[in-house]
Every structure is written in structure tokens, then in C-alpha cells.
Ligand binder design. Structure first.
Ligand SMILES: Nc1ncnc2c1ncn2[C@@H]1O[C@H](COP(=O)(O)OP(=O)(O)OP(=O)(O)O)[C@@H](O)[C@H]1O
Ligand SMILES: [Mg+2]
Length: 388
């Protein structure tokens, strides 16, 4: 069987014996097409199944029996294949064109050519009809690729969810045992273990609690790529106020000054928006060095359906050359002894922002604070800037 699209240059001509078929065949052959001439519909149908780029048919050949058989074979074509049918007819009387189109059924790819037709217009109509069918084939191929990419993405999301499940249950259980038996060992046999033994046990317990934090962070990271809560209109100003109230103690301890500017209302997952600002504001509160933290969160408007939000601090900052590296999981620029953390916060921020179709980047220089710049689509609905 011919491949339907590879036989694009093959034209099936159906005409009762006469000059038309021979003439058309000559014209098409000298323009790079290959032709098959059928004198009746019984011969044409198997040829359509073998593959063709178009059918050229004379009006005389369109008997009621031929129309039925042609409709049958066109209906069996694959979804994407809008096989062009060119009908060669005499001077069309009123409604003739429409009658032919109606007879061949709605939704078919039919062109009517009036006799006498010049060679160039026959070739031009054929080329354009075949091209449009090829475009449909390409669209179908691209759609197929898109579908398989979406399926792969779904699979990898599923793998991530499975991992999250394994991490939360299977990994935490043995860890709990290490911690429990470590505690029992030091409580019951502490004196027998001696100083060095107790030191070993305490290092083991510290490693186990670090592992607990890592598992929790990995879980948060895995969850960030899957849907969190429900999507809807989210007032970012309210989100930031709620986050600040959660961070109340830390704000009081550091004596931080926080300024909230205009912030928009956007289409987003509210839970993930809270996570995003929680991570950024926590960092601004954490990496403040000796100076009192001065933090500003504001948006400079939402032109063209996308809003830019900035989270700026006056802290220790970092060299701009690390501005991408810090978004990688577990990448930190500052030692654990100086500033606590595992280095997952910004990786989660990037996942959340990208899940919402946006971007996040950082601008900084050592000693001059850092600014995190987020771009997020506003989504449907009215763009509202909430004034500070
Ligand atoms: N506002 C900031 N000022 C200076 N450095 C920053 C700032 N925010 C992030 N960094 C640097 O980027 C690194 C990665 O940040 P991230 O939030 O991912 O991790 P973390 O805060 O160290 O740990 P975690 O967020 O997991 O508790 C930080 O360790 C720090 O070196
Ligand atoms: Mg952080």
C-alpha cells in the first residue's frame, strides 16, 4: 500500500474515455505529476486506497453511483487527510457548483474548474490543493509530537510524584529507626560508650536529622512541579501580608523594615504564591549581614498581560556571576555555619514561577543587597494593582 502523503504527486483522473483524460494526463505528467486514469468508479476506489495526492474527475463521470462510491472512499480517509477532489465541468449553470458540492457531501475538499481550463490554472489549483493537504499532514505530525511530549512530561511528573511518595514513607521510616535507636543507645548505654562512643552516636544522630531536613526539602521541591492547590484569582498583596504575619517573629528579631508597594491580582495557585514569597522574604531576612534588613516588595505594573514583581533587600548580596547557580537545588554561596539552610528555597521558587509560565532572575553585587525579579502572566480577568 502507498503511503498517503508520499504519493502526493500522484493524481487519479476519472473520466469516460475521451479527450479530457488524455489531455489532463499530458499536462500533469509534464508538470511533475504521475497519473492514473480510470474510466469508472470501480477502478478508481482501489487506487484511492493505494494513495493519491488528488482526484481529478469530469462532471460526466459523476453518476449517482460514482458519487456514492466516491463519498464512501473519501469518508474512509484518515482524519488529517483532506483529499482534494477537482471537478472539471462545463459552463456552470445557476446552482450547479453548489449541487456538486452538496452531492459530494459537506466538509470535503472540492474545487470546481470550468472548461475550457488552461494548463497553468489546472496545475496551479492542483499544487495549492495538494500543498494545503500537506500542511494538514504537518500539523497532524506536530500535534502527534506535542501529544507525545505532553505524555512524557506527564510520565516524568508521575515519576516525581512516585519519588515524593517513596521519600515520604519508605525513606523516612528507616530514618526514624536510626533516630529512635540512636536515642535509646545514648540514653541507656551512654556511660558505657565512653566519650568517643557518645561523640560517634551524636554525630550519627546529627547526620540523621540533616537527612530528615534534606528529605523534607526534596519533597517540597518535588511537590512544587505538580499542581499544588487550585488556580484562581490571587491577590498578591494579601499573599505577601499573610507571609509577613507568618514571619512575624523573625521580623521582630531582626528589626526589619518592610515596605510593600503596588502588587497585582493574578491567576495563580495561591498556596504556591505563598511559598514563593515566603522563600524570597526569608532569604532577605536571613542574608542581611550586620545592617538592619530593609526589604521592599513591589510591582512596576503589568504591561501586555505580564507583571514584573521585585523583592529587594539591602543585605550581603552576592557576585552576579552566581545569579543563576543559586536557583539550582542545594547550591549555596554561604557556609552552613554562617547561615542555616539547605539551598532548596530558590530552586522551589523557580519551579513555581515556571509552572505559572513566568521567569525569575536575580541581580546583586557583594555588599549591595540583592533584587529578585519575577515576571508572571496576569491571566484572565481585570488587572488590579493593589495600592500600598
Ligand atoms: N537575598 C539574598 N542575599 C544574598 N544571598 C542570597 C539571597 N538569597 C539567596 N542567596 C544565596 O543563594 C543561596 C541559595 O538560596 P536558597 O534560598 O535556595 O537556599 P538557602 O536559603 O541557603 O536554604 P533554604 O532556602 O533551603 O533554607 C543561599 O544559600 C545564598 O547563598
Ligand atoms: Mg532560602
Amino acid at each position: 500500500m502507498f503511503d498517503n502523503i508520499k504519493s502526493s504527486e500522484r493524481v487519479l483522473i476519472m473520466a469516460p474515455l475521451g479527450r479530457d483524460a488524455a489531455l489532463a494526463c499530458d499536462i500533469l505528467s509534464s508538470n511533475g505529476f504521475s497519473c492514473h486514469v480510470s474510466t469508472d468508479i470501480k477502478d478508481l476506489v482501489p487506487e484511492v486506497h493505494r494513495g493519491a495526492g488528488a482526484i481529478l474527475i469530469t462532471e460526466e463521470a459523476l453518476t449517482p453511483e460514482a458519487v456514492d462510491a466516491l463519498n464512501g472512499v473519501l469518508d474512509q480517509q484518515p482524519d488529517w487527510s483532506d483529499l482534494p477532489v477537482l471537478v472539471l465541468c462545463g459552463k456552470p449553470e445557476r446552482n450547479k457548483k453548489q449541487n456538486i458540492i452538496n452531492a459530494l457531501g459537506p466538509g470535503k475538499h472540492i474545487s470546481i474548474l470550468e472548461r475550457p481550463t488552461s494548463a497553468s490554472s489546472l496545475v496551479a489549483v492542483l499544487h495549492s490543493a495538494i500543498k494545503s493537504r500537506q500542511r494538514q499532514y504537518q500539523v497532524r505530525t506536530l500535534l502527534g509530537k506535542l501529544r507525545s511530549t505532553a505524555a512524557r512530561l506527564e510520565e516524568s511528573n508521575k515519576a516525581l510524584q512516585d519519588f515524593a511518595h517513596i521519600a515520604s514513607h519508605d525513606l523516612q521510616e528507616p530514618l526514624r529507626k536510626i533516630e529512635t535507636f540512636g536515642n535509646m543507645l545514648t540514653a541507656r548505654y551512654g556511660p558505657v560508650l565512653g566519650e568517643q562512643g557518645r561523640d560517634y552516636a551524636s554525630r550519627m544522630q546529627n547526620a540523621a536529622s540533616r537527612m530528615r531536613v534534606l528529605i523534607k526539602d526534596l519533597l517540597d521541591y518535588a511537590r512544587a512541579s505538580t499542581k499544588g492547590g487550585t488556580e484562581g484569582r490571587v491577590n498578591l498583596k494579601k499573599v505577601v501580608h499573610d507571609v509577613l504575619s507568618d514571619l512575624e517573629v523573625r521580623i521582630a528579631q531582626t528589626n526589619a523594615r518592610i515596605e510593600i508597594g503596588d502588587l497585582p491580582e493574578i491567576n495563580a495557585d495561591g498556596v504556591q504564591m505563598s511559598q514563593l514569597f515566603q522563600n524570597l522574604i526569608s532569604n532577605a531576612l536571613k542574608f542581611h549581614g550586620d545592617t538592619q534588613p530593609n526589604i521592599a516588595i513591589f510591582s512596576q505594573g503589568c504591561p501586555n498581560g505580564s507583571c514584573e514583581i521585585r523583592v529587594r533587600d539591602n543585605g550581603i548580596g552576592f557576585n552576579q556571576e552566581y545569579s543563576e547557580q543559586i536557583f539550582t537545588p542545594f547550591q549555596r554561596l554561604h557556609g552552613k555555619s554562617q547561615y542555616e539552610g539547605t539551598g532548596i528555597g530558590l530552586a522551589i521558587c523557580r519551579k513555581i514561577v515556571e509552572r505559572h509560565g513566568g521567569t525569575i532572575r536575580a541581580e546583586s553585587s557583594p555588599g549591595n543587597g540583592a533584587t529578585f525579579i519575577i515576571n508572571l502572566p496576569v491571566g484572565e480577568g481585570e488587572e488590579l494593582l493593589q495600592h500600598g
